[in-house]
Design a protein around this ligand. Sequence first.
Ligand SMILES: [Zn+2]
Length: 358
Amino acid sequence: MPIVPVFGHEELRRRLAVARARGALPASMLFHGPRGVGKQRLALWITQLQLCASPGDEPCGACQHCRFVQELRHPDLAWYFPRPRLKDSDPDLAEVRDDYAGAIAERVAEGGLYSPPSGSEGIFIATVRALVQQAAMSPALGKRKVFVVGDAERMVPQEGSEQAANAFLKLLEEPPEDTTVILTSSEPGALLPTIRSRVTSFRVAPVAPVAMRSFLEHPAVTKRLKGERVPVSQAERLAFAAGAPGRLLWGAEWSMAMDTAERMLASVGAQGSSKRYDEAWQQASSRARGSFADTLDALSAALHARARDAASRGSERQALGASKAMEAIELAKERITTNVNPQLITVNLLREIEDLLA
Ligand SMILES: [Zn+2]
């Protein structure tokens, strides 16, 4: 069964296809953009375009190379992403390969859909070693080989592993002529500068609403959502996803973020600052950066609903306050991509929202 196709990103795909046709596609690339926006899927698409026997603006979709990439079983495609640490503290290459083969089989069974990695999953040094070794070999089936490394900021440096790390940097800097390496990251700022300086960056922008809705209608997506216990309306889902198709699948994450957002809004004004600080502490102590970003999106959606209600009641002042608060959230979102801590951002944001909603 082929995996779910790419939705959206038409302009970037066009640019990449033009570069490929001219032979000007960089050998080491970084796709960065919001979580769940489809960076790894896009990387698989450009892999397919590069391996396709008769590519145009799009891969032909019919040749053996295309079919194998779409089924994630092309021998010249290597896809790495964060995985739980293997039990063996120093696993050999065969163990690493088995682990990824299993993980990819799971993804194939789900039409290429998957959940975001948990906080403890990483790209450990044994994986980097496997990748570097694979890069030294010739393509098995076609003329090129392509490496896709998802969530590349999760590469874990380890003491005593300098050799593998250096070999990886060298691979990025001077890939063999028949090799392309594509890293993806939603936190490019967290990548080592030595990595960032060796790749050509492409920003992957949010997907338009019409493509988001088509994604929701794809059979593999509806099948996956059917098994979900958290009832979330389509409108809520689309608001949370904010142009990132992958996030349409995160119903549980969304309800958790909504709960936190509602609690925060309830704390605003009602009990004054002590409750607010509690929220902020809670936010900082237990949450990963990813879910903090989700909470801000949820806050935005909750305020959007308030603004709409206020406007329908004819309360212009409240509607304006809510939309100004949404702007403040947008600013806060920008701040989390730098290294300001979530706790500080939350305290300031809630103070601001309180003033605006007063
Ligand atoms: Zn093809």
